[in-house]
Unconditional design. Structure first.
Length: 279
């Protein structure tokens, strides 16, 4: 990837992280850990990969995105605001009763949200349905979905994986955010769903493994996915939960907790320092 593009995407990812913190802090609740871990994936999807138009969020030919791990809505909202789907100021209304930014994505209330999600596994299934619809109607759009690694403990995930392979949904790309932690601790201790790569391959998927924070690897993975015919693609993205905020990194306690004022200031200060290095 060209250095200028990489630098631009890094700035976007850092802005997404800042707005994740802003939103969760303003709400006094939310899920920062798994939101922060997908900032690079989200920035690449919405600023390089996907065919979307903020001025026409429901355009028929648009690419579709489903955040299957719907509790990390702060990452999706921060990305949509950055892309221009709604004002950045709305981020501070997260989870307020009158806000269109609720704790989980709502396709009826938020511009740019293609599927209402929350119950784990359902979003992945919906993405498979969208992809099948694209095949049935010969539509050119592609479907992208992001799952949590803990989410892959749900049986519905593997039913959907079997469905997608059976119908040869090569217009579908799933990203597993593999940060290794869920709310109760390491995924391998709670209900070990690994190895993801071998399991998806056995279910008939094309599998790519990457560093979730490397734009070079992200770009190569999505480019490779476009060359795959006759089967869906899954990108196993090894990430750091809480990435970008030192005291949140690799700490499952930050799966679903909001920073207090002093913690908020530390987080924003750290992200501002990162921004200075990206000028």
């Amino acid at each position: 990837m060209e250095q200028s593009k990489k630098l631009s995407l890094a700035r976007i990812a850092n802005n997404i992280r800042k707005n994740i913190i802003e939103g969760v802090y303003s709400a006094g609740c939310g899920h920062p850990g798994g939101s922060l871990s997908i900032a690079e994936i989200m920035s690449y999807l919405y600023f390089e990969e996907m065919n979307v138009d903020p001025t026409n969020p429901k355009a028929e030919g648009r690419d579709r995105f489903v955040l299957s791990k719907g509790h990390t809505a702060p990452a999706l909202y921060a990305t949509l605001a950055e892309r221009g789907f709604f004002p950045e100021a709305d981020i501070k209304t997260l989870r307020q009763i009158t806000s269109h930014l609720q704790g989980h994505p709502d396709m009826k209330g938020t511009p740019g949200v293609d599927m209402t999600t929350g119950s784990l596994g359902l979003g992945f299934s919906a993405a498979c349905g969208m992809a099948l619809s694209g095949k049935v109607y010969s539509s050119p759009y592609r479907v992208y979905t992001v799952l949590g690694d803990g989410e892959s403990e749900e049986g519905q995930v593997w039913e959907a994986a079997m469905f997608a392979a059976h119908y040869k949904l090569d217009n579908l790309v799933a990203v597993v955010d593999w940060n290794g932690l869920q709310i109760d601790g390491p995924i391998t201790e709670v209900m070990n769903p690994t190895p993801h790569d071998e399991k998806f391959r056995a279910f008939g998927w094309h599998v790519i493994s990457i560093d979730a924070h490397s734009f070079d690897e992200i770009e190569a993975a999505f480019a490779e996915a476009k060359t795959v015919k006759g089967k869906p693609t899954v990108i196993i993205a090894k990430s750091i939960k809480g990435k970008g905020v030192s005291y949140m990194e690799n700490e499952c306690a930050w799966h679903g907790a909001a920073p207090k004022e002093d913690q908020y200031k530390i987080a924003i200060d750290e992200l501002n320092k990162i921004a200075q290095t990206l000028k």
